[in-house]
Each structure stands twice: as C-alpha cells, then as structure tokens.
Design a protein. Structure first.
Length: 521
C-alpha cells in the first residue's frame, strides 16, 4: 500500500481501510492502492507540524522563497510524468488543459508566493513609534488544506494556491489529498520533499494524507494544534467541517458552491446575441462544466432576441459532445441536481443523450424557468448541479429581473453583458448595483471561467460561495492573510521585536505603515 508523508519521510499508514482511484474515461480501477488513514496518522502529523511551526518562526522569507521556487522547478522537471498521472486519474486532456494551462499555473503561483515571502509586505506591519506599539501578521501555525476534485495540480492540497499561500507565510501544511487523484498528489509531494531538503526547511513543513473518515476529518479541523484550515469542495462537506471548526474556535476558509449568474441585457442580445450563445457554450461546457466559476444560471428579459439566444444554446449544447465527468459520484450528483431543478419548476429543453461509451458522462443540458417561478422557488432552483447543465431564467420585464437578482444567494462571480452603443447603460447601473453585493467578482462583457493569477483577483464571495466574504483563495499576497495571526507588541524592547517591526525593515522592498504613512524599506 502506498505510504503517507509524515515529518519528511514516507511511512506506512495506520490505516482503517484502503481505496483505489478510477480512470473516468474508462471507469477502470487503477492499480495502486492507497490508505484511509486512522486518527493515529493525523495525530502523528499534527505533532510533527507543531514542531515545524516552532522552527519556522525563525526562518526568513528568503528561505521560504527558496523552497517555493525549488518546488516549482522540481514540478517542471517531472512535468510529463505528473501530467500523465493527472490525465489518467481525472480524464482531463493532456493538452492544452494540463500541460499548457494548469501545470504552468501551478508553478507560477508557487513563484508568486516565493516573491511575496521574500518581499514581506504581506505582513501589513504597522508601527506607531510615539507609543511604541507595533503590529503585523505572523504565521498562524499548522494549516490543513483539503484539495478539490477538479484541479489536480493548481488547487491540489499539496501544490495549489492555498498550499503556496500557507507556506509563504511560514506555516507548515498538512495536505489532505483528494481521493480522485492520489497518484498525482504523491508525485507532487515527492517534488515538495526534495525541495524541503534542498532548502533546509524543517522536515514536517510539508506532510500529506490521502484519505480520512468523515469523523476524523471533523476531528482534524477542530484539533487545538491546528492553526487554520482551507477547504474547496461541496457545500454539504464544507458546512460540516465549518461547524466542527467553529465549535472549536478554529479559522476555516471554505470555497463551496457558486452558480455564477450571467445577465444578458437587451441591447447586447440585439447587437451580438448569436456570438454570446457561442461564448456561453464555450464557457459552460469547458471541462464538462466542472469549474467552480462555470456559468450555471443565465438571466434574460423576454424578447425575440432572448428566445433566439435560448434556441442557439439548446442547439449548441445538443450538438457538442458531452465531456468526461470526474467520477461516478459526480455523475450521480449532477443527475440528481438536474432532477431537483425540474422538480422545482425548471423545464429541460435539451433531449439528446450522452455518447458515454465507458466514460462517466452526462448529456449537455439547458433548462428554462420563468422569473415568476424563480422568485417563488428560488431556494431549490439555486442548488448547484455541478457539471454541464445551465438554467436560463426568463423574466417578464426589468422589475422582475431586478427582483430575481435581489433574491440570489452569494456567488463567486456575476457577469453582465451590455451593448457597446450605450443603450443598456441605465439598465446596467441598476443591475450592477444589485449584483455587486451578491458576488465576489463582478465582470462586464466577459465570461467568469478564467481566474487570473493577479494580486487584484478575488476568488471568494458571500455565503454560500465561501464561508467568509472578506478573503480570497487566489491573488497573492491577499490570499496569504488567511493564514496569518495579527500580533501586537506594546513597549517591547527593539532587540526583541520581530524583524518586520524593527525601525529598519528587513528588505528594501517591504512596505509598512509608520506613524500613519506608507513607507518602503
């Protein structure tokens, strides 16, 4: 059975069971066997992480950066192997998705985190020299990262953005790999271990478990040795973890559920409706709709142009081949999600069946519901059907559209398509005012599926898209603050202060607030 990573060594798990991943393109069980860890494994990892956290308090940002940069180099050196494993375990295409997009994204964000660790401004140091009171963000302690099923590299618990942000702050990570891509996670962890050794960081800076029981997962996030947890996955699982962490007073950052509403204003449909249908299909069917920013909810005002948009969407969704879903559980979840939407009053407009072969596959689906029904049954109609299914809400007029948008739950993104001639400007202002409070990222004339590695990016939003509207999972250095604890020093002697709070900054590039003014260096 494959070993787990504890304190820098590959060790036999104290397992309660085992599992094997499946190739979603063939449904074939893959050869390697992985352990379901017992609490004993969690306990060992936590003890090692506590010691690593103690040692990391004295490690410079430069040394943390060295690890992150070396890790990125190691991933690139094994890129073909890692991509092949991810393709086998997820069905995602080698090119362009894994080799040309996701793997470079993974190494880029590791290097961005390295630059932020080296520069140091993420600590947000504030110095009041007259009162001799000084504060900054410092590492919060061991961080548990639960990776999702849909990004085996760029959001993996052992290599993704949460991992990079946590380590860049000086926090050791216990990664909980996703059971759909364990061999991919193992290869990435091997790259991380090599980087830990070459950079001289504590051995337990990076640890990894493959799978846990639900009970041990809840116990893990609530353990007093944990500083914080990050989780990307379903709303049901996320809320269970949140309840356990909240009860113990432990921070937990969740990315859970989002329909990513798109509003097509009348002028935009008259101007370029056919092109917008193609753009929507391209976005909604990418990776079989298995993006957290996939557009699953569209809003239009009844008109001939709106009817044509829907007809084109139905045609495009019917003509295009259905993508491969990650797992049998994902297939069941999508099918049940669509059933629930129909039960709540939506009507399926597509009838084609999926040419699945041996794949996990579901027919591309377009549903339609009236604005009146959406207002009456908004709660069940906003349950996420994760995959290649999109619902169009047809509103009778502007008032109904505004009311429907006002009834939305929180989402990661919201998009508004408007005319280039200015005819939609007044309507845009009213719609944007409502949508702005419902989403973390507001887009104009752009699909939401791309999440840029920009320091200005917000990949977060109001509940239930995330558990807290003030934090982002993408966008370094802001994403790092989740894993920081605000620490204040009052009348502490200069030689006893952390480097970031001394009169002279540790780096020339570091920004701090000194006596009310931003100062660099």
């Amino acid at each position: 059975m494959t070993e787990i990573l504890i304190a820098g060594e590959w060790k036999a798990a104290v397992a309660t069971g085992s599992f094997k991943a499946h190739n979603p393109a063939t449904r074939a069980e893959l050869r390697r066997e992985f352990p379901v860890s017992s609490w004993s494994d969690c306990d060992r990892a936590l003890d090692a992480a506590v010691e690593a956290a103690r040692l990391l308090r004295g490690v410079s940002g430069e040394k943390l950066a060295g690890f992150l940069a070396a890790y990125a180099d190691n991933i690139e050196a094994r890129a073909d192997e890692i991509v092949a494993l991810a393709n086998e375990e997820t069905g995602l295409p080698v090119k362009p998705r894994l080799r040309d997009v996701e793997l470079p994204r993974t190494t880029t964000q590791l290097r961005q985190a390295a630059a932020a660790a080296r520069e140091g401004s993420w600590t947000q140091a504030v110095l009041d020299t007259k009162s001799n009171i000084r504060s900054h963000f410092a590492p919060i302690g061991p961080v548990v990262v639960f990776g999702p099923n849909n990004f085996p590299l760029a959001f993996n618990g052992i290599s993704g953005g949460d991992f990079a942000a946590a380590v860049a702050t000086g926090c050791p990570v216990i990664a909980k790999a996703h059971p759909l891509h364990p061999a991919t996670s193992r290869a990435l962890a091997e790259c991380a271990v090599a980087a830990v050794k070459s950079s001289g960081l504590p051995a337990a800076t990076v640890q990894m478990l493959y799978h846990l029981s639900n009970e041990d997962g809840l116990r893990l996030v609530a353990d007093p040795r944990v500083g914080a947890t990050s989780f990307t996955g379903s709303r049901v699982a996320g809320l269970h973890l949140k309840a356990a962490a909240d009860k113990a007073g432990k921070p937990i950052y969740l990315e859970m559920s989002s329909l990513n509403p798109i509003v097509f204003l009348p002028g935009a449909l008259r101007e370029r409706g056919d092109a917008l249908a193609t753009e929507t299909a391209d976005s909604g069917l990418a990776a079989a709709g298995q993006f957290c920013t996939s557009p699953n909810l569209l809003f239009v005002i009844e008109s001939p142009e709106a009817r044509r948009l829907i007809e084109n969407l139905v045609r495009l969704y019917s003509e295009r081949p259905s993508g491969t879903l990650f797992s049998e559980a994902g297939l069941r979840g999508l099918a049940r999600g669509v059933e629930r939407l129909v039960e709540a009053g939506a009507r399926a407009l597509t009838t084609a069946s999926a040419d699945a072969g041996q794949r996990y596959c579901y027919p591309n689906t377009v549903l339609r519901v009236s604005g009146v029904t959406f207002l009456a049954k908004g709660e069940p109609l906003q349950h996420e059907a994760f995959g290649n299914a999109t619902t169009v809400v047809v509103c009778a007029g502007v008032g109904e559209l505004r009311a429907a948008l006002a009834s939305l739950e929180g989402n990661l993104t919201g998009s508004i398509y408007s005319s280039g001639t200015g005819e939609d400007d007044d309507l845009y202002d009213g719609v944007a005012e409502i949508l702005r409070s419902k989403v973390g990222r507001l887009l104009n004339d752009k699909m939401p599926t791309g999440v840029a590695l920009s320091p200005a990016m917000n990949h977060g939003g109001p509940y239930p898209s995330t558990g807290h509207p003030g934090f982002t999972a993408v966008g370094i250095p802001r994403s790092m603050v989740r894993f920081g604890a605000l620490q204040c020093y009052d009348a502490v002697r200069p030689e006893r202060l952390p480097a970031a709070l001394q009169d002279t900054a540790p780096t020339a590039e570091m920004w701090r607030i000194i006596d009310g003014a931003w100062v660099q260096g």
